[in-house]
Design a protein around this ligand. Sequence first.
Ligand code: FMN
Length: 322
Amino acid sequence: MKGNTLKIGNVKLANQLMLAPLLGVNCTAFRLMCHEYGAGLVFSQMIHSMGLVKGERNRDTMIDFIKDERPLAVQIIGRDPKIVVESLQYIEEYADIIDLNFGCPDADVLGQKMGAYFSKHPEGMSKIINAVASATNKPVTAKIRIGWDSQSLNHTQQAKIIEDAGAAAITVHGRTKDQQYAGKANWVAIKQVKDKVNIPVIGNGDVREPEDARKMLDQTGCDFVMIGRAAMGNPVLFRKCNEFLDHKKLLPRLTEAERGKLILEFIALYNKVQKIKRFTELKQHAMWFCKDIRDATGKRREIAKAEDEAGLVSVIKQQFST
Ligand SMILES: Cc1cc2nc3c(=O)[nH]c(=O)nc-3n(C[C@H](O)[C@H](O)[C@H](O)COP(=O)(O)O)c2cc1C
């Protein structure tokens, strides 16, 4: 795609910012909050296609989508095109976009010949994308790493295969499978993909501040910017990035009281929208929200002691003087 239209397939997006798929992080409330603070698109955490198809008992726990969080990309991971297609029936109605994970580096996932396994066997992606794109009228996208290791970078080859197979966009996480999440993301590789294909390219890796989003767009020419770790406990980052991209304005850091209010807002949202509520999950999010503040360690320690929601709320009020 030369020239940005803010569209993935037929799905129109409000801006260029996306919340990355994050396993164990992207619960309903968090996705919704990221939307509210300015993410143009949010991704689900990865969902195992086989789990959806065979896991009758816990299928419900995997499908935690609500209508208020549209547009939403639901990410599926799988190996067998037939099973991936079969899994669509459980998620399609909630998804505006179906995303395929070809980048997960976990040993267990690789052992099942899924995720980043495909960076070594890129031809295999073609069959899955083809099958899924034929089975749905939703745009199908794919998320990759730039290769298996530094000796075998093959991002442009992967990207071409993905485009030719009928994908509507590609996300490039600028790291190899071997890098996992360490080292610097390779933005030159993202640019090389952008130069190679005509579908929208979503750049991903190391966007932590509004200025990084601007730099990634400028240096790589990518169409969209996906933010992962820096968004954890920090949905306001999307508002800050939008403000900087649109008006070159850097919003001030949240005060401690504002951050406390944000955590209380998250707790209220979690209560309202989360289908299956887990106190440990809520507490974990509260800890992630303790970023860039005075005595974050001490605050996390106090949060860890909370035994129930009322206790958590009272710790937040006390620690953040809200
Ligand atoms: C806790 C965690 C969970 C993740 N879960 C997924 C996932 O389910 N699917 C996926 O494609 N990538 C997953 N990723 C990778 C991120 O989507 C993203 O590609 C990576 O963190 C790089 O972006 P960042 O530098 O902005 O964090 C995960 C990363 C982290 C840290």
